[in-house]
Design a protein around this ligand. Structure first.
Ligand SMILES: Cc1cc2nc3c(=O)[nH]c(=O)nc-3n(C[C@H](O)[C@H](O)[C@H](O)COP(=O)(O)OP(=O)(O)OC[C@H]3O[C@@H](n4cnc5c(N)ncnc54)[C@H](O)[C@@H]3O)c2cc1C
Length: 409
């Protein structure tokens, strides 16, 4: 292995997870890299992508996205090239090449290229006015379109689609949401929770169609209508596709690294090449891919330790991550299992007056899932019970009423 003075770490991608890795690396006591060089596809330094929903809705400014002061990188001797994506990894001579023609040798390479909005393969998907909601550029364009046009269709009733829809509605557009499944947020909510959410969003003015799929996007140059599977046509000026993500694996595949749905890495985030690691939404661990930032942060923590001390036993273990909807005034929390099966029991509590709903799933006196609607302050406490697999029998009768009742019991 090279001596510390010669080691160059190259990071391909500067998203939220790469930024967390940088912060963890500079926090390590012993840092083996004489140079850290980051190449980013986007023209802005890493920013808080999660907050784009709030920016679209007009609830936050672009300034609030910043993760680090501009001089932080210089202070830590980190070189960042913005707007210069890596186009090739040559593993034989350990060098990456970029779109602008740079060649950068590495001793260690980290791929953190994240993912992109999934394409649906629909006729008309390339028409002007068909957009995605993934980065700051998209958000700026969506805001601009919302100022010139009135009607929008959002394809996808998951977190991203609903946050896009609500953001555009907040900006004055008439928005229709199309969702393939029978209820909204079907991966996080049970059907009752999904129905409550649909009511709340409909009351605000969103038009929601569940159990429906678009078959074509129609228009000459500009999208004008969405055709549904039952032949219905919905007129529109804008279509936002928010129906899943595709990990950015092309670079890794072209370099001959093992990929499946994403770049395959072990629990120390190592690809099949010991000099190349991958983390965040572009990677896959134990067959699992990730669409949330928290697992990426956990991976960054592990990888910083692995890169600084190859003898460490630090390892990333996928865990159950709670999720929340970021639409103000509609608190939703979901963690773990959402649908009962023959092995689980359900505890359901609903207050029609205050529109609060809680569904808990239990297996062998252990909490395995929690769906909360309307009041979610106990969410982290339920999440802890799920993670720790505590025996809930001493306070089971109080479980639906939350932390304080259970602790008192
Ligand atoms: C609007 C929105 C809201 C979200 N809300 C939440 C939320 O509430 N909670 C949550 O947990 N998650 C949320 N997410 C998901 C979260 O943002 C991602 O999980 C997280 O950003 C993944 O981080 P990453 O670093 O792996 O990838 P990314 O943040 O996607 O960063 C990857 C970067 O790599 C760059 N890149 C790609 N290819 C190359 C290349 N060849 N060379 C150089 N650079 C390249 C890309 O341009 C990008 O900047 C949201 C996502 C969006 C879009």
């Amino acid at each position: 292995m090279s001596t510390g003075a010669e080691q160059t770490l190259v990071i391909c991608g500067h998203g939220m997870v790469a930024q967390r890795l940088l912060e963890k690396l500079v926090g390590q006591r012993q840092q083996p890299f004489s140079r850290i060089v980051v190449f980013n596809g986007e023209s802005t330094p890493a920013y808080n992508r999660i907050q784009l929903s709030a920016v679209l809705a007009g609830d936050a400014s672009e300034d609030s996205l910043q993760l680090q002061e501009p001089d932080w990188y210089q202070q830590h001797n980190i070189t960042v090239y913005q707007g210069d994506p890596v186009t090739e990894i040559n593993r034989a001579n350990r060098t990456i090449y970029t779109a602008s023609g740079r060649a950068q040798p590495y001793t260690h390479l980290v791929i953190a290229t994240g993912s992109r909005s999934a394409r649906l393969g629909l006729e008309g998907e390339d028409l002007a006015g068909v957009m995605k909601f993934r980065d700051l550029q998209d958000t700026r364009k969506l805001i601009e379109v919302s100022q010139r046009h009135r009607r929008a269709v959002v394809i996808g009733g998951g977190f991203l689609g609903l946050e896009a829809a609500e953001g555009l509605r907040n900006r004055g557009m008439a928005v229709t949401v199309l969702h393939r499944s029978g209820h909204l947020l079907n991966r996080q909510l049970d059907p009752s929770g999904g129905a409550l959410l649909e009511d709340a969003l409909s009351e605000r003015g969103l038009t929601i169609h569940t159990r429906t799929s678009p078959v074509a996007l129609l228009g000459r140059n500009l999208v004008r209508a969405v055709q549904l599977d039952d032949e219905t046509l919905i007129s529109t000026d804008l279509v936002v596709i928010a129906a899943g993500i595709t990990p950015n694996t092309e670079l890794a595949r072209d370099a001959g690294l093992d990929c499946d749905s994403a770049i395959c890495v072990d629990r120390q985030l190592r690809t099949c090449d010991p000099h190349v690691h991958a983390l965040g939404e572009c990677c896959q661990v134990d067959g699992q891919t990730f669409g949330l930032v928290e697992p990426g942060y956990q991976q960054a923590d592990v990888l910083a330790r692995v890169l600084c001390d190859p003898t460490t036993d630090a390892a990333f273990k996928p865990s159950i991550i709670p999720t929340r909807l970021k639409i103000s005034g509609i608190p939703i929390f979901s963690c773990g299992q959402t649908e009962a099966n023959e092995d689980t029991e359900s505890v359901v509590w609903q207050d029609y007056e205050t529109n609060r709903y809680c569904r808990l799933l239990i297996h062998n006196q252990r909490l395995t899932g929690a769906v909360l609607f309307g009041e979610t302050s106990d969410g982290p406490w339920y999440s802890e019970r799920i993670q720790q697999a505590d025996d809930i029998s001493p306070y089971r009768a109080h479980l639906a009423f939350g932390k304080h009742y259970c602790e008192a019991a």
